[in-house]
Design a binder for this molecule. Structure first.
Ligand SMILES: [Zn+2]
Length: 207
């Protein structure tokens, strides 16, 4: 089932796809792209669209369609969406800076779309794809799920604290007991084999 969650700052639709068993308590959310220049994870969500998991799997292939279209890390208004979440948010810099957090927490429609989905869904596990550091990174209560994912995907794992205003920072504070972590893919597009390995790791992650 594909639904339009809402629209980006410049009016592009942001879609979610639900697969598997909607009644399962095991809910997993995968966001393929939040930084518009780090969108290799969309290929993983494309493979997962054909999966038939026993759990409830939600895909948001692209939370930042304006950034992808314009070739910018930030959204269409020059805000770094992954510094705009309402957890440890702090003002700094200005519009267009690489990590500009916005004029206030949740100022951007894309951020609010993600918050609304996550509040309703309460995913047990959330995976946010980024590039290009080639590492799975997590902190606090999300470490064990992230470490397990790294093992399944054949990627290195590192404990790294969530930066201020990130989606994982917000989720880990707001929804204790759930896991939200970042998978930093290498630079460039994923090979078909790498995309397949990552999609498989997502399918195998819930126990
Ligand atoms: Zn990023």
């Amino acid at each position: 089932v594909t639904i339009v969650l809402g629209h980006s700052a410049l009016g592009r639709p942001i879609r979610a796809i639900e697969l598997g068993d909607p009644t399962s308590p095991e809910k997993v959310l995968v966001v393929g792209c939040i930084h518009g220049t780090e969108c290799a994870g969309i290929a993983v969500t494309r493979l997962l669209e054909r999966a038939q998991p026993r759990f409830d799997l939600w895909l948001v292939p692209n939370l930042n369609p304006d950034g992808l279209a314009r070739g910018t890390r930030q959204n269409g208004r020059g805000v770094d969406l992954n510094r705009n979440f309402p957890s440890e948010w702090r003002a700094r810099g200005r519009r267009g800076d690489p990590e500009y957090p916005g004029p206030r927490p949740s100022s951007e429609p894309e951020t609010r779309i993600a918050e609304t989905l996550i509040r309703h869904l309460r995913p047990r596990i959330t995976i946010w794809f980024h590039q290009p550091q080639d590492v799975v990174r997590a902190w606090g209560g999300s470490v064990s799920a992230a470490r397990r994912f790294a093992g399944l995907a054949g990627l290195p794992f590192r404990r790294i604290r969530w930066p201020a205003g990130t989606a994982s920072n917000w989720q880990n504070h707001r929804f204790p007991g759930t896991s939200s972590f970042v998978v930093e893919l290498p630079s460039g597009p994923l090979s078909p084999a790498a995309a397949a390995r990552l999609a498989r790791a997502v399918r195998l992650l819930p126990k």
